[in-house]
Design a protein around this ligand. Structure first.
Ligand code: ADP
Length: 363
């Protein structure tokens, strides 16, 4: 943007492998627009986006995540958060055309792989130019901005050894103190070490992420959505599917500090025909969730240990409506590090890329 602030409306878009995230800034101050046209267009777009919470068949606004009184480029306003499956991109483009959203903007800041993949489509269908930002730059920028703007953005799970007592507590994240680690669990996983506002590196990653959970869970249970998969997992028991240390030792393997309840072999019971006959869809969903989550926890722990960093922020939409994974991650980090590593979670879990992208002209 060469230092110039683009006309409103301001959008930031993160087109991921599974979900597309759209952040919209609604100005609430009394500064008037430059032209009459600008006012009318902004009014129409704002009305459509803020009066509805569902768009077409698959677009959702996360009203509970709305951020009020945010300051961007010296303007005060509200940030709105919208998501839809990336597989519905055609319908999104059609709806944008129909609702006049595309006519109201000439450039949209976009990040994620889809900013590249769909660039031509945006140009041809909407005559819209995508201003592409790097997704990890955007993620860090969005995260730092959100934590700085929102006192109650961060939380942690306390007492996760006792399931009944495990609950969330607000966490005062000293975001201006470095370093810290960010584990972004989307379709796949990226692990970043952040040393300063413009200084980070991608230290690790794994293809076994949220997409893997949903893919395997769909195969094993026939579920159709992520929310359904999580619901199934909440009502299942992985102990029927996984082989535990106690299934092998009859108790704990105390010489090396391995408790009997620890999973020794994920899905280890499923080679037995009898055991297979005893498991439910719920148990399979739970075991899939536990397997994927524990694997991510291991990688996160080793990264934190290698980098000698103790604060680990877990973000990404895999954690959406997913307290089971958050508790598991918290417990794993705490237990295996003897309490020295801390798992931190953020309320806007999946939206930091889109937020950072919207902020890209405010540099
Ligand atoms: P990406 O940018 O790769 O799409 P996200 O951070 O948006 O990554 O996370 C995508 C993951 O979030 C999915 O793989 C799935 O595990 C989980 N998820 C949460 N909510 C949904 C949803 N409504 N639809 C599909 N996947 C969802």
């Amino acid at each position: 943007f060469n230092g110039k602030i683009p006309p409103m409306p301001w959008f930031g878009m993160d087109i991921g492998g599974t979900l597309s995230k759209l952040v919209f800034f609604e100005p609430k101050d009394s500064i008037t627009a430059q032209t009459e046209d600008e006012t009318q267009l902004l009014f129409n777009v704002t009305k459509y986006l803020t009066k509805n919470s569902a768009y077409g068949k698959s677009g959702h606004r996360d009203a509970h995540q709305q951020m009020n009184n945010v300051k961007i480029c010296n303007r005060i306003g509200t940030l709105h958060f919208i998501r839809f499956p990336t597989s519905e991109m055609n319908n999104f483009l059609e709806l944008s055309k129909k609702k006049g959203m595309a006519a109201s903007v000439s450039t949209v800041c976009a990040t994620g792989g889809g900013a590249f993949k769909f660039e031509e489509m945006f140009k041809n269908e909407l005559n819209l130019k995508l201003c592409k930002c790097d997704e990890l730059d955007s993620l860090i920028r969005g995260l730092l901005f959100t934590v700085a703007s929102n006192n109650n953005e961060c939380y942690f799970w306390s007492q996760c050894t006792e399931d009944e007592q495990c609950s969330t507590q607000e966490y005062t994240f000293q975001y201006n103190k470095y370093p810290f680690i960010v584990v972004n669990i989307g379709s796949g996983v990226s692990v970043l070490a952040v040393y300063g506002p413009n200084n980070y590196k991608r230290i690790s990653g794994t293809s076994i992420g949220g997409g893997t959970f949903l893919g395997l869970c769909s195969l094993l249970t026939g579920c159709n959505t992520f929310d359904e998969a999580i619901e199934l997992a909440a009502n299942g028991d992985n102990v029927k599917v996984d082989k535990l240390v106690r299934d092998i030792y009859g108790g704990s393997y105390s010489r090396f500090g391995l408790p009997g309840e620890l999973v020794a072999s994920s899905f280890g019971h499923m080679n037995s025909k009898e055991k297979r006959a005893q498991v439910s869809r719920e148990d399979l969903a739970r075991a899939t969730l536990v397997t994927i989550t524990n694997n991510i926890a291991s990688i996160a722990r080793m990264c934190a240990l290698n980098e000698r960093i103790d604060r680990v922020c877990f973000v990404g939409n895999f954690l959406r409506v997913n307290p089971i994974s958050m508790k598991l991650l918290s417990h794993a980090m705490d237990y295996w590090s003897n309490g020295s590593q801390k798992a931190i979670f953020l309320n806007h879990e999946g939206y930091f890329g889109a937020i950072g992208c919207l902020l890209s002209f405010d540099e």
